[in-house]
Design a protein around this ligand. Structure first.
Ligand code: FMN
Length: 355
């Protein structure tokens, strides 16, 4: 009965355009209408990454809760951590609507939102007022019209240092013209120096050192991957998030919306993002944390990312199709997979293939 209700609620959302449906789902999470997931704590799923204790390895990817409205409700769905943002210093409207497209047959999404968000101040006020229990990362970016994009990232670090469990510097959104150029070696080196210096300065003053992760695109050349790995290692970066959405349109069975501009995510991104993850793992060696994102729809696909070298994983698009019970199902499914594989911790599954 409850399952039937949930199916009707989920199908009902498909009567609305994608962005309206997203707004309704945020409102439902805020209102407490979405039931919390009662997960039994499984200590085998706990992982220490970059000095943080994650209760399980599955997180919400950035872009769902851009304005930090519902991180605590997301954690109650079973996610081991939530990432809010991308947040830019000033509020910005993003691109004209429509700008999110559901490709139902392919369990995919194309978006060209363009960092629509309420800006640092509004999100910070929410995080200060709510102080969610659990790990909440803050994903930071630059305003489209910024005269100094690197300064925007530094401002993000300074603003959220008191509330972020970790930071993600997002330099891989395809929807802000020129943003991905920050992945080029020299710009990346300048960005990482500035961002990590700000983080270290705050750590020296407060004693609290927040990990900084870098979120990269799946559309990199081999040389591009070499450069990012070299800079990440040279700057002692805390980790990589692999990956953002893709500009490619490979893997689509339904070409009707393939011509829409923007980044593609969901199932068709899985193979590509997992291949880049495995390549980056080879390049950075076994110890640098990597968070695997792109097309996760099940415990099996989450495990595939872990076997390819991920310490943690995140998802967004497939929850649009599978509903809010997906994180709980995946976390339970990971416990069952551990039973089947007869291993003592999720971490062993990653290490078993890499060492
Ligand atoms: N990634 C970011 O780093 N910042 C964003 O603001 C952001 N917005 C997104 C908005 C939408 C509608 C979607 C579908 C994705 C967005 N992403 C953003 C990318 C996701 O965080 C994730 O990297 C990507 O969608 C691949 O994961 P998935 O296939 O599980 O969705």
């Amino acid at each position: 009965m409850i399952d039937a209700f949930k199916t009707i609620a989920r199908r009902g959302l498909f009567l609305f355009d994608a962005e309206t449906a997203h707004g309704i789902s945020i409102a439902a999470l805020k209102s407490g209408l979405v039931p919390a997931c009662r997960l039994k704590v499984d200590p085998r799923l706990a992982v220490m990454v970059a000095g943080l204790a994650f209760p399980n390895p599955l997180g919400t990817a950035a872009g769902y809760d851009k304005n930090a409205e519902v991180p605590d409700a997301l954690l109650r769905l079973g996610f081991g951590f939530a990432e809010v943002g991308t947040l830019t210093p000033k509020p910005q409207a993003g691109n004209p609507k429509p700008r999110i497209f559901r490709l139902e047959k392919d369990m995919a999404v194309i978006n060209r939102l363009g960092f629509n968000n309420e800006g640092h101040a509004a999100a910070l006020a929410r995080l200060l007022a709510r102080r969610p229990e659990g790990l909440v990362g803050v994903n930071i970016g630059a305003n489209k019209d910024s005269a100094d994009r690197i300064a925007d990232y530094v401002e993000g670090i300074r603003r959220f240092a008191g509330v972020a469990s970790y930071f993600t510097a997002n330099i891989s959104s395809p929807n802000t013209p020129g943003l991905r150029d920050l992945q080029a070696r020299e710009s990346l080196s300048t960005l990482l120096s500035a961002v990590l210096a700000a983080r270290d300065e705050i750590a020296a003053a407060t004693g609290v050192r927040r990990p900084v992760f870098l979120k990269i695109a799946p559309d990199l050349t081999e040389e591009g991957m070499d450069d990012i790995a070299a800079e990440a290692l040279a700057h002692n970066l805390d980790g990589l998030i692999v990956s953002n959405t893709t500009l490619s349109r490979g893997g689509l069975s339904d070409a009707r919306l393939a011509g829409e501009a923007g980044g593609l995510s969901g199932r068709p991104l899985f193979d590509k993002s997992t291949a880049v993850l495995a390549r980056m793992r080879k390049r950075v060696g076994p110890t640098m944390p990597i968070i695997g994102v792109g097309g996760i729809s099940s415990a099996e696909t989450a495990l595939e990312k872990i076997r390819a070298g991920a310490d943690l994983v995140q998802l967004y698009s497939c929850m649009v199709y599978e509903g809010p019970s997906l994180p709980g199902r995946i976390v339970r499914g990971l416990s069952s997979l551990l039973d089947r594989e007869k291993v003592a911790s999720i971490r062993e599954l990653r290490d078993s293939r890499l060492d």
